[in-house]
Design a protein around this ligand. Structure first.
Ligand code: G1P
Ligand code: ZN
Length: 538
């Protein structure tokens, strides 16, 4: 059956180059809107007839309706087999893992990551390739082009499919496998980490809190942490994925996971605290009375990789996004391995991972991952920490402190100015660009430039990936505009300063970075433009 499509591209109003669609649910509910994206994706990637496609989502509002629509379009487009998580649920790293282990041609992920969910909130969809990673730019550009010239989509008029029971079904000639969303992912984790050691750690009385934030990681964390590793029942809180995430903003950071932060800094805090986001790819790590920033977390994982079975043979290399603190670079230098710095967005790690150049990578936005899948992976990072704690017998705080004493500390903070009008964002970028072309002498800049990246594997160039201001070898401010927001513009200021091992290592980052924070506002002309304090500080 063919349906006429007469409408503008679903990408309308979204920054080009983003790897999927992210819009308000109401926008997705428009007739033929989602269908345009899905058909255009099939047109762009041309799955061979009989291909296997994985489909999973974070369970947010509209997940099930979207799933049914994808099922019908897949059947009409000659897809041979769909692998779907029971209840329409699969975390983003679990989709990546399914695509890879089942040799699928690709997959759809239904999520708007950490953005709130519900009828008035956000929904999203993106396409991942056979390597399990987000579609690279040439493919997303092709999808975008197809959405502009599409005139009809193919679908069937078959009834909705029962998603809540594992097993096999069919829609026309297409087979559907409804799989346990956790099983294959948990098996992958068992291959990488020393489950026996972690089990012994929990048996010895080690206490942990995992906040699933009413989003997708609940079932994964309950099965892996409580059922397989023996963490006490109730270790996982907010463990049932809710269609509106319980009204919460499932972004694991100091602002949105505040109840976890309070518990970890309060009396009787457990030994380890962790949280993950809406679709399970982000993570936040806390110890009793301490917080581990994502840049430090990546560096600490790299420094202790020898303790973890999946990485004990040595790291090939490491990568971080340019805006992330350089803590991991120092570990790489000490180990004599390569380190890379990429533009923001996980897709840039894909080529490095596929080419075998790196084993670990991460972003300051609470994303950490490795070559086991092609997405960042929240629970994986938590298990990596558990493995290190179990194998070393140390506390989170003592691991952190000895890391700083060995490598020095990269004080880091990100200041977000959210909900700016586009006119305001333009003025700020104008001010920042002016400083790059003609830096004010009183700022005593050493170097100011826009970050351009050439992919070391395929030599693709990505320009304009951030405005960088280096004050000396050890301090910098970087600005960029967010590409993921759905309302207004967001300016992010990334602020970092290195303190050597013999320096002051226990300062509060906001205090340690006070002068640089002041410089960041001066560079962007914030006071002149009447922009008050940042809306989010992480
Ligand atoms: C944000 C993060 C970025 C991450 C992306 C997707 O993008 O900053 O590191 O890869 O979400 O999770 P931004 O809004 O900054 O463009
Ligand atoms: Zn996410």
């Amino acid at each position: 059956m063919q349906v006429q499509v007469v409408q503008t591209s679903p990408f309308e109003g979204q920054r080009p180059g983003t790897s999927g669609l992210r819009k308000k649910v109401r926008v997705f509910q428009q007739p033929r809107y989602l269908e345009n994206f899905v058909q255009s994706t099939f047109d762009a990637v041309q799955p061979p007839s009989g291909a296997t496609i994985v489909v999973g989502g974070d369970g947010r509002f509209f997940n099930r309706e979207a799933m049914q629509s994808i099922i019908r379009l897949s059947a009409a487009n000659g897809i041979g087999r769909l692998i779907i998580g029971r209840g329409g649920i699969l975390s983003t790293p679990a989709v990546s893992n399914q695509i890879r282990t089942r040799g699928a041609f690709g997959g759809f992920i239904l999520s708007a990551s950490h953005n709130p969910a519900g009828p008035d909130e956000d929904f999203g969809i993106k396409y991942n390739m056979a390597n399990g990673g987000p579609a690279p730019e040439p493919v997303t550009e092709r999808i975008h082009a197809c959405t502009m010239r599409i005139s009809e989509y193919r679908t069937t008029d078959t009834p909705d499919v029962e998603l809540d029971r594992t097993g096999r079904l069919s829609v026309g000639a297409m087979e559907i496998e409804i799989v346990d969303p956790v099983a294959d992912y948990a098996a992958c984790m068992e291959r990488l980490f020393d489950f026996d050691k972690i089990r012994a750690l929990f048996q010895s009385g080690f206490k942990m809190r995992f906040d699933a934030m009413n989003a997708v990681t609940g079932p994964y964390a309950i099965e892996i942490l409580e059922a397989r590793l023996g963490a006490a029942e109730g270790t996982v809180v907010r463990g049932i994925p809710l269609a509106d995430f319980g009204g919460a903003h499932p972004d694991p950071n100091l602002v949105h996971a505040h109840s976890l932060v309070e518990e970890m800094f309060g009396a009787g805090a457990p030994d380890l605290g962790a949280a993950s986001d809406g679709d399970g790819d982000r993570n936040m790590i806390l110890g009793r009375g301490t917080y581990v920033g994502p840049g430090d977390s990546l560096a600490i994982l790299a420094a202790h990789a020898a303790l973890v079975p999946g990485y004990s043979s040595g790291l090939k290399g490491v990568a971080r996004s340019m805006v992330t603190s350089g803590a991991v670079d120092r570990v790489a230098d000490a180990f004599g391995i390569e380190h890379y710095s990429t533009p923001t967005g996980w897709k840039f790690f894909g080529n490095l991972l596929d080419a075998g150049l790196i084993s670990l990578c991460g972003e300051e936005s609470f994303g950490t991952g490795s070559d086991h899948v092609r997405e960042k992976d929240g629970l994986w990072a938590v298990l990596f920490w558990l493995n290190i704690l179990a194998a070393s017998g140390e506390s989170v705080l003592s691991i952190q402190r000895s890391h700083w004493r060995r490598f020095g500390r990269n004080y880091f903070t990100r200041h977000d100015y959210e909900g700016l009008s586009s006119a305001m964002a333009e003025q700020i970028i104008g001010a920042v660009t002016k400083q790059i072309q003609n830096p004010a002498p009183d700022l005593r800049l050493q170097r100011a430039f826009e970050f351009d990246y050439t992919d070391p594997v395929d030599r693709t160039k990505s320009s304009g990936q951030g405005y960088c201001f280096h004050f000396d070898e050890q301090a910098r401010v970087v600005f960029r505009l967010s590409g993921t927001g759905t309302e207004g513009a967001t300016l992010r200021a990334y602020i970092e300063r290195y303190e050597p091992p013999e320096g002051e290592l226990d300062l509060d980052p906001q205090a340690a970075l006070a002068t640089l924070i002041h410089c960041s506002r001066a560079l962007a002309g914030m006071d002149r433009l009447g922009i008050s304090l940042p809306s989010t500080i992480t």
